[in-house]
Design a protein around this ligand. Sequence first.
Ligand SMILES: [Zn+2]
Length: 270
Amino acid sequence: MVTLLALLTLTSCTVGPGHTIHARQITAAQPTPSAQPTPSASPSPTAKPTPGSPAWYVSQVPTFPEAPPPQPVPLPATGAAQFWHRLPTDQKVAFITIDDGGLARPPGVIDFIWEARIPVTMFLNSPAAAEHTDYFRQIEAVGGVVENHTITHNSLAGRSYDYQKQEICGAADRLEGLFGKRPTLFRPPFGEHDSTTLKAAHDCGAKAVFHWTETVHEGKVRYQTPEKMVQPGDVLLMHFRPALMDDLLAALKAIHRAGLTPALLEQYVR
Ligand SMILES: [Zn+2]
């Protein structure tokens, strides 16, 4: 699936000079077209990667069981988007989400996501997406999906319908223009929302609005649920910050400890 997405995305993706990363990745992908969540790179027994190097990050990723075939959660047909902290599913999957986009964009993340086959959903602010489109397109090309996180990152709770709709639809329009696909999921800044948010998100094309169950920052997972363990359907939140490599690794380890497999959120929402 990752390979398919990569190929599909590439056809609509302008790749500038110096971005040979795509070509190399596609070539590497061709012999193994089936989507394996298991990392492909196994370090040779003689050469141990230097801690903190790109190869080291890949070598630290646990081996996961294959994600179960998605049984998408159906959405009720109402005039409002569904709101979830975690996806209501018993399937043994959890979801990695990365927010914002304006602060930091570690370049190593693109290769890491590809090499370790990490499914990610990116909730982007549209100005950051517009300013750094090439970076996010490269993550898209290795399987990531772009979703909506407003224009200005202001809190929406308590604001008028017109204000919220402008923030959500404005970002959706811009992201659709940049990436060729309208977002179908929305995350309100700071998680702050009200019933107007869910109506406006619906009217802007969002099927569901996601909060989260864990946050990950500087390599540490913080549980916001009583279980203190990743549960099926959980949504892990991290940000485009300098320590994103560590955050991705910490999330993967936490998901693995729980006996789950990381999966792509969009495939589990109908
Ligand atoms: Zn945010």
